[in-house]
Design a protein around this ligand. Structure first.
Ligand code: ZN
Length: 87
């Protein structure tokens, strides 16, 4: 599956999501944000999506990726789950 939403899905989601930033209420430069990022297993389903303006989306992305390696965190999570199952 491709990481990005295709344009028709994007339009569909736009039509269902409020045309206002969930963070600051802006109505310009809106983007669709994954509440749980795709790298953490978040889906393209509507319940995992919210409207954010470009500025808030950038701030959110910075806050979440700073000093972290998502791939590594995901791997650690899987290893921990495997350890738990082995017990
Ligand atoms: Zn905003």
């Amino acid at each position: 599956m491709s990481r990005r939403l295709n344009s028709s899905k994007r339009k569909l989601v736009r039509a269902k999501l409020p045309a206002i930033c969930a963070q600051c209420g802006a109505t310009d430069e809106l983007t669709i944000d994954h509440i749980i990022p795709r790298v953490y297993g978040g889906t393209n389903e509507l319940h995992n999506l919210q409207t954010l303006c470009l500025g808030c989306n950038r701030l959110k992305a910075k806050a979440e990726v700073r000093h972290r390696n998502p791939q590594e965190n995901l791997l650690k999570g899987q290893q921990l789950a495997a350890l738990r199952e082995a017990k």
